[in-house]
Ligand binder design. Structure first.
Ligand SMILES: Cc1cc2nc3c(=O)[nH]c(=O)nc-3n(C[C@H](O)[C@H](O)[C@H](O)COP(=O)(O)OP(=O)(O)OC[C@H]3O[C@@H](n4cnc5c(N)ncnc54)[C@H](O)[C@@H]3O)c2cc1C
Length: 426
């Protein structure tokens, strides 16, 4: 690696993939296993993206970590892939031969000697909200992002760690794996093609004031439900709200919470109906007597996923209500939540009292937050306009909302397009 006067280290590669969710990992593997060099850039301290936060996958209801583990093994074994976590692309310039990128990498403060023994976290006196679990619990300032996280190393959150004022983790680490002197790295990357695969964020439910998120602890989002159902989540898989007493007799799912709405996300995220059906199954498995109400505008379960819908529809304790939910409020007498919706088939106003409300919030492209340092590459909803810039290829849910199977197919296509670009530039 060359080091420039301005402190930038030089990297030359065929392909840069930004975002190491299932889209980016799949595209990187396809290109690398065909023999091309790939630099995979991820902003988080771990790879896997949102899929790592899911409990089970529809339609088969298997744990997503299985698929991730296979991909991580392929990635670890492939010398053609260089992975930078905690990294961000700051600048992109197009050149005759491809692209030049400026990339910065934040320090992890934990090196490869880490054996994930966890002694550091045991003594760490500082806690931080656990963003992986959407703030439903806390981690220490030195933490492992989740059980099977890769790279398998702890990381220090510099916003919370007291560093030299504390040093308790340094003192207890037998492996010299903690290094407070690590600092930010800067890279100048020359590449022939770029795949942008930065995925999605859950739509901000605090903007849905009428639906009670943030006001009532038993109004949660669909991604919070994934973490509550996970055996590695804040309640070790028991579906309940931490530090909140409730009996789970009835649950309501509010579909299109902030979706297909010109004041929020104008588009349909395509997976939320199936995600709620899947989550209804989580609840029915754990609490066989609990009744589920799914409030919807239209139900969407395309192609072979129709089977999945039919299975939930056959369940007598899952009731579908056609109607957009107008309001969620708390009954002052019994403290249960009241979900109010107008049934768009009968015109009748429905009110259901439930113990838990799950808001099926949609997938907002991360690119809507202007994270690509280039103009004219995103559309009005923030999605990447595929291939607008020739050598830059959008891939996954930052291009349009979709499920994992569709993302993986698109990633193969993106890798093929990138290979054509690389060949053209050679
Ligand atoms: C509630 C819910 C349940 C779901 N359940 C299922 C299911 O059961 N089955 C199914 O098939 N699909 C499901 N999905 C859809 C699934 O989550 C997506 O298809 C999948 O996450 C898309 O992968 P991705 O790689 O495009 O994006 P992501 O998973 O978002 O990955 C993007 C990656 O890019 C990184 N990144 C972001 N910004 C930057 C940046 N600036 N620089 C570098 N890296 C960056 C992120 O940290 C992340 O690692 C569900 C969705 C929801 C909302």
């Amino acid at each position: 690696m060359e080091t420039y006067n301005n402190g930038f280290q030089g990297i030359e590669t065929d392909l840069v993939v930004v975002g190491a969710g299932i889209a980016g990992i799949s595209a990187a593997l396809e290109a690398a296993e065909t023999g091309f060099g790939v630099l995979l850039i991820e902003k988080n301290p771990f790879i896997g993206g949102r899929v790592a936060q899911l409990f089970e996958y529809f339609p088969k209801l298997c744990p997503p970590t299985c698929g991730l583990e296979i991909n991580i093994r392929r990635l670890r074994e492939n010398e053609k892939i260089k992975l930078l976590t905690l990294a961000n692309v700051k600048k992109i310039e197009k050149t005759e031969k491809g692209l030049v990128l400026e990339v910065t990498q934040n320090p992890r403060f934990v090196n490869n000697r880490c054996t994930i023994c966890g002694e550091c976290a045991k003594v760490c006196p500082v806690e931080r909200p656990n963003d992986f679990n959407f703030g439903l619990d806390k981690t220490k300032a030195i933490y492992i992002p989740y059980e099977n996280a890769y790279p398998s190393k702890y990381v220090i959150d510099p916003q919370y760690c007291k560093f030299d004022e504390c040093k308790m983790c340094l003192d207890v680490c037998k492996y010299n794996a903690i290094d407070f002197n690590e600092h930010k790295q800067k890279y100048r990357v020359e590449a022939r093609a770029l795949i942008w695969a930065t995925g999605w964020d859950p739509y901000d439910a605090t903007r849905l004031e009428n639906l009670g998120f943030g006001k009532y602890p038993n109004v949660i989002t669909n991604m919070m439900m994934e973490r509550l159902a996970s055996p590695f989540g804040p309640t070790k898989g028991e579906i309940r709200i931490p530090n909140f007493n409730m009996e789970l007799k009835e649950v309501a799912f509010v579909q299109c919470a902030g979706s297909r709405d010109e004041n929020h996300l104008e588009f349909c995220s395509t997976v939320c109906c199936l995600a709620s059906m899947k989550q209804a199954h989580y609840i029915r498995t754990q609490y066989p007597d609990t009744k589920i109400h799914i409030f919807y505008i239209d139900l969407r379960a395309n192609g072979i996923l129709e089977d999945f819908y039919n299975r939930t529809k056959a369940d007598p304790l899952i009731e579908y209500h056609r109607g957009k939910v107008a309001k969620v409020w708390q009954n002052p007498q019994n403290k249960r939540l009241v979900v109010e919706a107008e049934d768009t088939l009968s015109g009748v106003l429905t009110k259901k009292e439930v113990d838990l409300v799950v808001l099926a919030t949609g997938m907002q492209p991360t690119t809507s937050k202007k994270i690509i340092p280039l103009d004219n590459i995103i559309d009005d909803n923030g999605f990447v306009r595929n291939e607008l810039d020739g050598a830059i290829i959008g891939c996954g849910t930052c291009v349009s909302p979709k499920d994992v199977a569709s993302v993986v197919q698109e990633a193969t296509g993106a890798a093929m397009k990138a290979i054509v670009k690389i060949k053209e530039a050679q």
